[in-house]
Design a protein around this ligand. Structure first.
Ligand code: ADP
Length: 496
């Protein structure tokens, strides 16, 4: 199959979040399964820093943006370690900037124009590069117009008429909402600006556009695909998603097992696998406690958390629980993250007041993230919502027992240690459902009690997690099946 993956970011060329990890890894896995895959991205200032050769293809092109035309230029590189070509759309006025989407915490005012340009460029690049494409795989709001252009403007053109589109939503919270006059920039007829298609409460919504026009839609976990059809997590698009539920599915992201492997991880002072985990983890825990200035006590449960310190990640609950636990519980905490000051402040305060119990590192530190995954006993992810989540998979691989809220990808990966699941051998962590500090605290008590007094249970959970397969190969197989379904859907219903 011939697949063209279009995205606004992919490692190692550009990254602001998990989208870049998916778009940087999935193409190589698909190629390994024997498919022809290409990737197309904007050429940001950041893209030149990845150290890979980027060459000009000597192809200039022009696309209409509202009443003007804008020139672009095509560059080529490749995904490292693969033969997957990466095409980069160069337009320095749009993409040669300090950051990808915003400056000083404020979105660039011309974000709509920038991604109208990129979306149109993707469709033109297919013709200019002579690509044979079966499935055009678009990702998130920045590429939401691609399925629309394909269905409305390109579907009668020979090279394009058999191209099916898949639209993947990595986080429904980011929708690309713009004022209605930006509709003029898209060049599409105002008749599509209605509440069934591109309009959302008077604004132009590019995520909704992708959801409406793509042949298939997916999210990054099966549970999240269900949850976003309800009012609580649907972010106002639940109606659109309900209407399209027949073509909506979920595929869990994989994790990069080369980069996240406790047997080979260069950031760790001791290495281990499922058989040598007892000694390996003990050494990593002692080293982590030393590094963080926490007392080196093997018997005390060490609870770790890594991530953006924001409401989505349930940090409000964590702060409340820590405020109680630091008073009367014998547990240690390590928090690594950056985010909203309302969360950074109380966490820093707890670290100051309870230096023997709390270590806080407010910033981004990738090597320390590896050492926390290895050295902690319990890993905390009490998210309000979680499209997929990666840290819980890293924790399982590193023999660190996850305590999570059962939402999205967390619900799809973590099986709570109940009597039944322990008997069945499926349990690999602890989870709770209700979003509240009491539920979190109670679940943490269960985990810490097992850590201290039920070594048999604890060892069973660790072994179960370490033996699971969360590789990209598994996800890539599911994407291939979805691409096939998407092609079949196009044949069934080719029109708008
Ligand atoms: P999201 O994409 O919603 O932020 P994920 O769990 O899917 O959450 O992925 C977050 C990734 O970023 C993980 O690899 C995590 O280890 C990493 N990460 C987040 N914050 C930090 C930090 N402060 N330091 C190091 N790594 C971090």
């Amino acid at each position: 199959m011939n697949i063209l993956l279009a995205a606004s970011e992919a490692v190692p060329f550009s990254k602001t979040g998990g989208l870049a990890d998916v778009c940087g890894t999935l193409p190589g896995e698909l190629a390994r399964l024997g498919h022809q895959v290409s990737v197309i991205l904007p050429a940001y200032r950041q893209s030149w820093c990845c150290g890979l050769p980027i060459e000009s293809l000597g192809i200039d092109f022009i696309v209409p943006i509202g009443s003007k035309t804008v020139t672009g230029h095509l560059l080529q590189s490749a995904m490292p370690g693969t033969n997957v070509p990466v095409y980069l759309v160069q337009q320095d006025q749009y993409f040669d900037r300090d950051d990808l989407y915003q400056v000083g915490g404020k979105d660039y005012v011309d974000n709509c124009e920038r991604f109208v340009f990129f979306s149109r460029s993707v469709l033109e690049a297919i013709r200019l590069l002579g690509l044979g494409v079966d499935v055009l795989h678009a990702n998130d709001w920045q590429t939401g117009l691609i399925p629309a252009y394909l269905k409305i403007e390109y579907h009668r053109i020979p090279r394009y008429e058999h191209i099916a589109s898949l639209f993947t939503v990595h986080n429904l919270g980011y929708q690309g909402n713009f004022w209605h006059w930006d509709m003029l920039l898209t060049g599409l007829d105002w008749k599509y600006f209605n509440w069934h298609q591109m309009e959302f409460h008077g604004s132009l919504n590019l995520l909704k556009t992708g959801l409406v026009f793509a042949d298939s839609i997916n999210t990054v976990s099966p549970r999240y695909a269900q949850e976003i059809q309800g009012a609580e997590l649907g972010c106002g698009l639940e109606g659109t998603l309900q209407q399209r539920c027949g073509v909506l599915s979920g595929i869990l992201n994989g994790m990069d097992g080369d980069h996240w492997n406790p047997a080979t991880d260069p950031h760790l002072s001791a290495h281990y696998d499922v058989n040598s985990r007892a000694e390996g983890k003990a050494a990593c825990k002692a080293a982590l406690q030393r590094e963080l200035g926490l007392p080196q006590r093997p018997e005390v449960p060490l609870i770790g958390l890594i991530g953006r310190l924001c409401v989505q990640k349930g940090i409000d609950l964590v702060v409340k629980v820590m405020q109680h636990w630091t008073q009367d519980q014998d547990a240690q905490w390590v928090i690594l993250g950056a985010g909203e000051p309302e969360f950074e402040r109380p966490i820093a305060d707890l670290a100051r007041r309870f230096p023997n119990k709390v270590a806080a590192r407010l910033g981004f530190d990738a090597p320390l993230a590896h050492r926390i995954e290895a050295g902690a006993d319990v890993f905390l992810m009490p998210s309000r919502y979680e499209p997929c989540g990666l840290n819980q998979m890293y924790s399982l691989a590193y023999g660190t027992v996850p305590v999570v809220r059962a939402t999205g990808g967390l619900a799809d990966t973590i099986i709570d240690a109940s009597e039944q699941s322990l008997r069945a051998g499926t349990a690999n962590g602890y989870s709770f459902t209700e979003y509240g500090d009491l539920a979190l605290s109670e679940t943490l008590h269960r985990a810490c009690a097992a850590y201290r007094r039920r070594k048999d249970v604890w060892n069973q959970l660790i072994a179960a997690g370490m033996r699971q397969d969360w590789s990209w190969t598994r996800s890539a197989h599911e994407y291939v099946q979805l691409y096939e379904k998407t092609l079949a859907r196009l044949k069934e219903t080719p029109g708008v």
